[in-house]
Design a protein around this ligand. Structure first.
Ligand SMILES: [Fe+2]
Length: 297
């Protein structure tokens, strides 16, 4: 089957557009590439945009769309056929967003719009000089009503693979070497959980925590190391109320061998996809999450 090869961007509706732009540029350190009256495009390096902000939504922001990139040899028409073959209504658009010539869109089971396209041109902007400056948009996590159905959708329609399950309620899905690009936690409601950006290493995370603190952003959880995925992590809330994770050292899959690249902190040797027992594996060290992080509403 034709599967997506990476997450390209995420689109958020946000109540105060200017405040959110300021956060993404001055704090996170993304480039503001284009600004329209009610929208902004923000990027890190070769993609024209990694984050799209649109004015709207309720008090809190919402993640409404996810962009996924196909490979250079994948045929968009064949992908449409494949998707329609699964009884999914697909819309095809020309020039839908800056730098994207042709895109197909359809909804996932929780109503988030999937935008699938081939990258025709790269934008060669440099990494910015101010703010945290992550390597890339790494993953987006959602609370979902039906975790099994939504997990199956990402695997069957978009070609994701299951990297791990926490019990039967939290799936971690990959579409490339990174342990997870989408995570889905069954909580009985559909909404954004967190958006994660990749940092270089522990030193970068230390600098990021200091930088967040200096600018009045409190950590909701971390720094610590997760069990599943084994990434270093810390979480904070952006101005629109949505949670941002910063991470480093996420497990990387060797697809041909079927296990994650060995690391000294792994408990399994080799570390393979599995069902983890319980919530204790959420972290192998670090402080416990704050009540604010655990808030599900
Ligand atoms: Fe995460």
């Amino acid at each position: 089957m034709i599967g997506v090869k990476k997450i390209a961007h995420a689109t958020y509706e946000t109540p105060d557009l200017d405040k959110q732009i300021e956060y993404y540029t001055d704090i996170l350190g993304l480039n503001l590439i284009a600004k329209e009256k009610d929208a902004a495009y923000l990027a890190s390096t070769i993609d024209h945009h990694s984050v799209v902000l649109r004015k709207g939504g309720g008090e809190r922001g919402a993640c409404t769309r996810l962009g996924f990139q196909l490979g250079p040899d994948d045929d968009l028409g064949a992908f449409v056929k494949q998707t329609e073959g699964k009884n999914i209504k697909v819309t095809r658009k020309n020039d839908p967003e800056p730098s994207i010539a042709e895109m197909v869109t359809f909804e996932d089971p929780k109503g988030t719009v999937m935008e699938v396209f081939k990258r025709g041109e790269f934008t060669h902007q440099k990494f910015p000089q101010k703010g945290i400056v992550p390597h890339k948009l790494g993953h987006v996590a959602f609370f979902v009503k039906d975790v099994k159905k939504t997990t199956d959708f990402y695997c069957d329609v978009l070609g994701f693979r299951v990297s791990d399950w926490m019990g039967d309620f939290f799936s971690f899905l990959r579409c490339g070497v990174d342990h997870h690009t989408i995570n889905l936690m069954g909580t009985g409601s559909n909404r954004h959980f967190h958006t994660a950006f990749e940092l270089r290493d522990w030193g970068h995370m230390l600098t990021a925590c200091d930088y967040l603190s200096l600018h009045g952003y409190k950590l909701l959880w971390g720094p610590g190391r997760h069990g599943i995925g084994h990434n270093l992590f810390c979480y904070h809330r952006g101005p629109n109320g949505l949670i941002t994770e910063l991470f480093a050292e996420l497990d990387r899959m060797n697809e041909d061998l079927g296990y994650f690249e060995p690391r000294p902190w792994h408990r399994d040797r080799p570390q393979r996809p599995k069902v983890w027992d319980n919530a204790v594996v959420a972290q192998i060290w670090g402080p416990p999450p704050t009540p604010d992080f655990l808030r599900r509403k």
